[in-house]
Ligand binder design. Structure first.
Ligand code: B12
Ligand code: SF4
Ligand code: SF4
Length: 377
């Protein structure tokens, strides 16, 4: 069996739907496109996403001494059965599909390392290697595109033939010369469904995302206030967003995950009860989200997101809980968003809670949120 056939078979055995190889040469087009995005302010909010990082991310040879090839891998996390149970009643939030199962960073890192170990057996030596799973500066989508793993969708996600876009990417740079694959020729054609469906207009043009408008950024990465004009558009999303993938016709025919760690979650993971999330303590957060990608949003971020989703729920039975949060949450960020939610829900009880708080709130940002909420309630 040739080395390449061995690599493909082993990758499939490890649960990857696609594998492609490209050289370690600079990703020049990606560098230019990414630098453009940074200078246009489209990556604002991610202070680590600098021109310097873009240069490193697009030069695989600088990331591993002696680099010759990059192997790109895609693993589906798609489960068509959203949960294995029926959620009880009460307002629930939505968690993006990619975070339903075990933390992909660890799961895929282990599987990619297992692939490198198997390759070492075939080569008769341990190759120098560096594995990337969404944690270090490598332009993983650009590598996936050039190595023929998939094509760029207009929502900026990589679409993989037969597996669609509900895939994680993993990459490994090796000091081994391997034959390069050709990019796939498929493209989105005249479809614009993702652009039309994005509630915040974050896909400002085909293949162009304004990070600051993306619900995924706002609910996961943003540590501060969510801009008030975006809050209504968050709907019930409390961690990430899948709308531009849900509407994508390519995903309708996509195969499901072959990795047991990504199997269907309990209803409380995929559709978390919002009132529980609103009062999530640091301890409960650490225990509940151990081994989950959801940890990235932090306890305060999840309480903030729950407040916004409750404001969007239209469910006035949640006013007492939001009023308690407005009065008692230790985080001014969460209190402020609870104030906004009360203003959005409106009604007598919400107005009373807001005006009661107005007299005693000593944090100027929260007081500003409460004042604005009272004006709108
Ligand atoms: C920063 C980041 C984010 C940011 C910014 C997203 C973005 N679109 O850039 C935020 C927080 C918003 C985010 C959200 C999500 N992310 Co993210 N994220 C990353 C990260 C760390 C860097 C991405 C990056 O470099 N962006 C900068 C932009 C400019 O780069 P780009 O999108 O590749 O840009 C290319 C295109 O614009 C293309 N291009 C430009 N012009 C043209 C013209 C034509 C004609 C064509 C064809 C192409 C093209 O060239 C550019 C350079 O390659 C990567 C991991 C990594 N290290 O690569 C994960 C990664 C991209 N994210 C991932 C995931 C799963 C998500 C979410 C789906 C999670 C969710 N459900 O909430 C969403 C998807 C949102 C979306 N529509 O993109 C996966 C994507 C898998 C896939 N199928 O593509 C990655 C690869 C992580 C992983 N290892 O699996 N993410
Ligand atoms: S993830 Fe949501 S907010 Fe971000 S581009 Fe896609 S649809 Fe828009
Ligand atoms: S929805 Fe249409 S335009 Fe958007 S990524 Fe899918 S095929 Fe491409």
């Amino acid at each position: 069996m040739s080395l390449i056939t061995f690599l493909r078979e082993k990758a499939a055995e490890l649960g990857f739907q696609a594998v492609g190889i490209t050289s370690a040469a600079p990703l020049a087009e990606a560098e230019a496109a990414m630098l453009d995005r940074v200078s246009a302010g489209l990556m604002d909010g991610l202070p680590w996403f600098t021109p310097e990082r873009v240069r490193r991310a697009t030069r695989p040879a600088d990331l591993l001494p002696g680099a010759r090839s990059v192997v790109s891998l895609a693993a589906s996390y798609l489960r068509r059965d959203e949960t294995n149970g029926t959620p009880e009643s009460g307002p629930r939030g939505r968690v993006a599909h990619y975070a339903w199962g075990g933390d992909y960073h660890q799961v895929l890192r282990d599987r990619t390392r297992a692939l490198v170990d198997a390759l070492a057996g075939e080569l008769g030596r341990t190759p120098a290697s560096r594995v990337f799973v969404d944690s270090s500066p490598l332009a993983e989508r650009a590598v996936a595109q050039r190595s023929g793993v998939g094509w760029f969708g207009k929502n900026t996600n990589i679409l993989v033939p037969r597996a669609g876009s509900y895939v994680f990417l993993a990459s490994v740079i090796l000091d081994v010369d391997l034959p390069e694959d050709e990019p796939v020729r498929t493209h989105c054609g005249s479809c614009t469904r993702c652009i039309d469906a994005c509630p915040t207009g974050a896909i400002t043009a085909p293949y162009t995302l304004d990070n600051t408008r993306c619900i995924s950024f706002q609910t996961i990465e943003n540590r501060g206030a969510i801009p008030s004009e975006i809050r209504p558009e968050l709907g019930d999303w409390v961690f990430g967003c899948d709308i531009c993938q849900e509407v994508c016709p390519v995903n309708r025919r996509a195969v499901e995950t072959a990795i047991h760690e990504f199997e269907a979650a309990s209803p409380d993971v995929a559709r978390p009860p919002l009132l529980q999330l609103l009062t999530l303590t640091q301890d409960a957060y650490a225990q509940r989200f151990r081994g989950s990608a959801i940890k990235r949003a932090k306890a305060v971020g999840l309480r903030r997101n729950a407040a916004v989703a409750l404001g969007n729920s239209g469910d006035r039975s949640t006013v007492p809980a939001l009023s308690t949060t407005l009065g008692q949450d230790p985080s001014p960020l969460v209190r402020g968003h609870a104030g906004w939610a009360l203003g959005r829900l409106g009604g007598r009880a919400a107005r009373t809670a807001l005006s009661d708080r107005m007299g005693i709130e000593d944090d100027p940002t929260v007081a500003g949120e409460v004042r604005a909420a009272l004006d709108g309630a």
